[in-house]
Write a protein of this length. Sequence first.
Length: 189
Amino acid sequence: MSLKSVNDVLNILKAKAVLQEPPITGLLRCWHEIVGDVLALQTRPVSIQRHLLRVATSSAAWAQNLTFERKHLLIKVNQKLATPVADIHFSTASWYISPIRKKQPELASPIQHPSYLGESIKISNRIATDDFVVDREKATSTNKAFDAWANAVKARSHKLPLCPQCQCPTPPGELQRWDVCALCAAKKF
């Protein structure tokens, strides 16, 4: 039995790991190099099965255009792979937008909503809004908690202007936007 150095054993293990790595993993690492930044944002290799590379595209238009360019891409792909693929199939199947690829559109903040009345703050075991604070430990029953909330809503509602149509207290933003409360505006639509 021959003794090998630790470096020799590690080099052998690294070589085996590269051979055991699925070809799609290596392809994913160098996909930007092969297709360029623009196409890399619109495409993603999905699998290699029976010498066929399946690539997901963001739209059917990309799939059709890339089908015409597949021979050119096939040459580039086979230069990077140890085992060459015979063909490439482009499809919108298996495409999804990951949060890394595309930034999600920002949602409107509650402050921008016409019904916004004030900031709600959570404090450890207390719930606070503009007009009332309820200690969760003191609100032993749901009825007491509801009564505290209802009283706070009544107190806050007395400060609000009335809807000209139904005479209900209405946030000023709703009156500015629709000239009536949100419920009356919804009835019109």
